[in-house]
Design a protein around this ligand. Structure first.
Ligand code: ADP
Ligand code: MG
Length: 249
C-alpha cells in the first residue's frame, strides 16, 4: 500500500525550476533516503509533501487524502491540507523546539492544542515517547539545558506525538556535532525497525546502507536514479551520482 504518492510535481521560485516533474511513491513501512547536492531541491520536495510550499503542478497523495496543486484554494482544500499536515511528522535540521517549554511540554503541546487530547493522556503519551527516545531523565529540562542530539530526539518525540502516518526528516543530523549524530540515527533506526514509514534527506551513507529500503538520488530538481543503497553506492549508473558520491566520501 502506498502512503505517499507524488505525481508530476513541479515547483519554481521566480522562474527558477527547482522541482522538474517529480514522481515518487513511498509504501507503508518503507524507508526512503534522498540524497543529492546542495540546492538540488530535496528540502523543497519534502516541503511540497506537506504544502509548506505550494507546488505549481502535480498531485500529492498521503494515505487516502489527495491534493491537486493547481486547484483554487477553498475551505475543503484547506481542510485536506490541514489533515495531510497532521498526518505527517516533520523533523528539521534546526530542532525548532519551543524554548520556554520543557521537553515534556514540547511533546504534549500538539496533542493538546491540535488533537484536543486531554492533558493527562497527552502527558502519559509524552512520557512514554520521551522514554522511547532515551530521554526519560530529561523530561523537565528546557531545550537550552539539552545537547543538540537530545534536542533533536525531543523533536522526534514531538513529531511522533501526533501519531503521523509518515515521518519526514530534513538533514536531521547536519547541525549536530559529530559525536551526537549516532544517538539520533539510532532512534531513527529503531523507529524504522518498528515499521514507521519514513522519508529521510541525509548524507549519512551508513544510515542509508543499514536502514534504507531505497535510495533516491536527486540533482537539479530531477530524480536521477533510485535503487537499493548497494545499487546506488556500489554501482551507480549515472555520472552525476558517481561525482556526488566521490565528493561526499
Ligand atoms: P536542497 O535542500 O537540496 O539543498 P532546496 O530545496 O533547499 O535544495 O533548494 C533548491 C533551490 O531552490 C535552491 O536554489 C534554493 O535557493 C531555491 N529555493 C528554495 N526555497 C526557496 C524560496 N523560498 N525562495 C526562492 N528560492 C528558493
Ligand atoms: Mg535542504
Amino acid at each position: 500500500m502506498e502512503v505517499i504518492k507524488l505525481q508530476n510535481v513541479k515547483k519554481s521560485f521566480n522562474g527558477n525550476a527547482v522541482l522538474k516533474d517529480i514522481s515518487l511513491s513511498v509504501k507503508k513501512s518503507e524507508v526512503v533516503v534522498i540524497m543529492g547536492p546542495s540546492g538540488s531541491g530535496k528540502s523543497t520536495l519534502l516541503r511540497c509533501i506537506t504544502f509548506l510550499e505550494e507546488p505549481d503542478n502535480g498531485i500529492i497523495k498521503l494515505g487516502d487524502k489527495e491534493v491537486e496543486a493547481d486547484l483554487p484554494q477553498n475551505k475543503q482544500r484547506k481542510k485536506v491540507i490541514r489533515d495531510l499536515r497532521q498526518n505527517t511528522g516533520f523533523v528539521f535540521q534546526q530542532f525548532n523546539l519551543f524554548p520556554h517549554r520543557t521537553a515534556l511540554e514540547n511533546v504534549m503541546e500538539g496533542p493538546i492544542i491540535i488533537k484536543k487530547q486531554n492533558r493527562e493522556l497527552a502527558r502519559e503519551k509524552a512520557v512514554s515517547l520521551l522514554t522511547k527516545v532515551g530521554l526519560a531523565e530529561k523530561m523537565n529540562h528546557y531545550p537550552s539545558q539539552l545537547s543538540g542530539g537530545q534536542q533533536q530526539r525531543v523533536a522526534i518525540a514531538r513529531a511522533l506525538s501526533m501519531e503521523p502516518m509518515v515521518m519526514l526528516y530534513d538533514e536531521p543530523t547536519s547541525a549536530l556535532d559529530p559525536e551526537l549524530v549516532r544517538e539520533v540515527l539510532q532512534v531513527m533506526k529503531g523507529l524504522a525497525k518498528e515499521g514507521m514509514t519514513m522519508v529521510v534527506v541525509t548524507h549519512e551513507m551508513s544510515f542509508a546502507r543499514d536502514v534504507a529500503d531505497r535510495v533516491v538520488f536527486m540533482d537539479q530538481g530531477i530524480i536521477i536514479e533510485e535503487g537499493t543503497a548497494a545499487q546506488i553506492f556500489n554501482n551507480p549508473k549515472e555520472e552525476r551520482t558517481r561525482t556526488f558520491l566521490r565528493d561526499v566520501n
